[in-house]
Structures are given as structure tokens and as C-alpha cells.
Write a protein that binds this ligand. Structure first.
Ligand code: C2E
Ligand code: CA
Ligand code: CA
Ligand code: CA
Length: 287
């Protein structure tokens, strides 16, 4: 832009330009990335806070871009939502993840050695409003021979704020079939807590910001009270509480004392390839 001074020009922000170019490039490459097989999934264990056992994993998608290398979902999920690719991409993630859960189970002669490992898959708001959601999910469970109760779909709290019955209907159907629904990033969306009763959810995933406040010792007493309150409300509504972003043993211990059920975070394991999850779960089951 030309500055007020006349013939001087402001320098453009080179980083902003690079971001815009990359964004444009990514948007162009995105529609064919699925066909080219450039997406892959990492799995991060979900650990029971009481006994430390691995109970399942969250599926987290990545894009191995031919020029930019591995891209995190924050870089391309918004673009995929914008372009509509999220529907086929989300369906692919769901099928791959459920198939993977089936493989973990099969590899060790049924559920005994590993316990019932469950698989958590993220759903974007666009998938919620897509009419094929229930049928796609049913078909994937049938094709893979997995029970609905091995699957947990994670929906962000913000996607369900002010949700009307039409939006909740597919989630209710899935919940009736036995699929768990988790409210992701809980505590960031300012939703009315009383509203929880209306939602077909069975798990609250407490946002990482709460876990971060447990980093300090002693933790902020107000934060402790808030988490304590959320946990007791959740339990009184028969909801399980999962905490994400656990990076230290001290956080894990604090959250366990506060009554949280399940934890996820770098303290246990970073997201990784499916074999690593399998090994972690197996070591854990065999001692
Ligand atoms: P999310 O669902 O809240 O997933 C948790 C994020 O926290 C993941 O980031 C995970 O790698 C990261 N994380 C796990 N443990 C720790 C920890 O101890 N410390 C810190 N600082 N971070 C931790 P990631 O993999 O980059 O995914 C980012 C977001 O992208 C996810 O947030 C989710 O909203 C979205 N996403 C990922 N996969 C999918 C997908 O298949 N479909 C959709 N719709 N969204 C997805
Ligand atoms: Ca999630
Ligand atoms: Ca989350
Ligand atoms: Ca998050």
C-alpha cells in the first residue's frame, strides 16, 4: 500500500504472503490428496487414570504433502471443511480407524490380551449435518465387523451449542446403537451446563487449558474447584470424564485425585503409528 508520505511504499509482510501462498497451494492440492493416498492416521493412547491401563486411542489425521512434508490437521482441516472434502476425508478416517481397531483385536486372539480397545474418531460439524452420517457409520461397522460400542465419536462442544433437534437426531441414532459420543474441548464453549442433559453424549473431554492450569504446583485453587465441579456434575449425569494434554506425572496425579476417569497426552505417549499403540497396550496388558 502507498503510504501517506507520497513515494514511499510499505513493505508487505513476507510471512503473511508465504502463508497466503501456502494456503492457496494447499487448497488446490487438497481435492486430489485423498485419491493420491497422502493422508495417514496417528493414534494416541487413552489411559485409565485409576490403573494406568491403555483403554483405547484417538485417531488423528495427518497429510504427507509432497512438498511441505507432514502437515498437522490444524493446517488443512479448516480448508477441508471449507471445500467440502471433509465429508469423504472424514469417512475415510472413520473407516481406516475402525479397521485398525479391528486389526488390534484380531492380532491377539480376540479382546482378552488387549482388553476392549476402543477407538475415538473426530467428527467435524460439516459431517454432522451431512445426511449420510448414520448410514456410513453403520456400513463401516458392518464391513469391519466391529461392535458399535468400540467406537466413540468426538464432537466439539462449540458444534453443539444451540443445536436443534434436527442436528442432534443423527447423534441420537448413533448413541442408541451403542456408539459413544464425546463432547470434545469441553469447557471452552461456554455452553449451558444444564444443556448437557439434552445432548446424547456419554463422555466429556475436558479441554487442554484445564490440564495446563494443573501444571503449576500448587494449582490455582479456583481451577481445581472448577474441574472438581465439572467432574461431579458429569458423574451425576453418568458421563465419563477424559482429560487431554496431560504432559506430566504431577498433572496426571492431580487429575486422578479430582476424579477424572481417562487421560491422554504426551506424558503417556505422543500420537504415533498403529503398531506403537498396539505395543503399548500389549506391554500394559501383560505387565
Ligand atoms: P483435538 O481433537 O483436540 O486433538 C487433540 C490434539 O492435542 C491433537 O493435536 C494432539 O496431537 C494434541 N496433543 C495430544 N497430547 C498432547 C499434549 O500432551 N500436549 C499438547 N500440547 N498437545 C497434545 P493434532 O493431532 O494436531 O490435532 C489437532 C486437531 O485437529 C484435533 O484437536 C482435532 O480437532 C482436529 N483433527 C484431528 N484429526 C481429525 C479428523 O480426523 N477429523 C476432524 N474433523 N478433525 C481432526
Ligand atoms: Ca478430539
Ligand atoms: Ca480435544
Ligand atoms: Ca483441541
Amino acid at each position: 500500500a502507498k503510504s501517506a508520505g507520497g513515494n514511499r511504499f510499505e513493505l508487505a509482510d513476507p510471512e503473511a504472503d508465504a502463508r497466503a501462498i501456502t494456503r492457496h497451494g494447499l487448497t488446490t492440492a487438497l481435492p486430489t490428496a485423498l485419491d493420491r493416498g497422502e493422508f495417514f492416521i496417528e493414534y494416541q493412547p487413552l489411559v485409565h487414570l485409576g490403573d494406568g491401563s491403555v483403554r483405547g486411542a484417538e485417531a488423528l489425521v495427518r497429510w504427507l504433502h509432497p512438498q511441505h512434508g507432514v502437515l498437522s490437521p490444524d493446517r488443512f482441516i479448516p480448508l477441508a471443511e471449507h471445500t467440502g472434502l471433509i465429508v469423504p476425508l472424514g469417512r475415510w478416517v472413520l473407516e481406516q480407524s475402525v479397521r485398525q481397531a479391528r486389526e488390534w483385536r484380531d492380532r491377539h486372539g480376540g479382546a482378552e490380551a488387549l482388553g476392549p480397545l476402543r477407538i475415538n474418531v473426530n467428527l467435524s460439524p460439516c459431517q454432522l449435518t451431512h445426511p449420510g452420517l448414520v448410514q456410513d457409520t453403520v456400513e463401516i461397522l458392518e464391513r469391519t465387523g466391529m461392535e458399535p460400542d468400540a467406537l466413540c465419536l468426538e464432537v466439539t462442544e462449540s458444534a453443539l451449542i444451540g443445536a436443534d433437534d434436527d442436528l442432534l437426531k443423527p447423534l441420537r441414532r448413533l448413541a442408541e446403537m451403542g456408539v459413544d459420543i464425546a463432547l470434545d474441548d469441553f469447557g471452552t464453549g461456554y455452553s449451558n451446563l444444564a444443556n448437557l442433559r439434552r445432548l446424547p453424549v456419554s463422555v466429556l473431554k475436558l479441554d487442554r487449558s484445564f490440564t495446563q492450569s494443573m501444571q503449576r504446583f500448587p494449582a490455582d485453587p479456583v481451577d481445581l474447584k472448577i474441574v472438581e465441579g465439572i467432574v461431579s456434575l458429569a458423574h451425576s449425569l453418568d458421563l465419563a470424564v477424559t482429560v487431554e494434554g496431560v504432559e506430566t506425572g504431577a498433572q496426571a496425579e492431580q487429575l486422578r485425585i479430582l476424579g477424572c476417569d481417562t487421560a491422554q497426552g504426551w506424558y503417556y505417549a505422543r500420537p504415533g503409528p498403529p503398531d506403537r499403540l498396539h505395543d503399548l497396550a500389549l506391554v500394559d496388558a501383560t505387565g
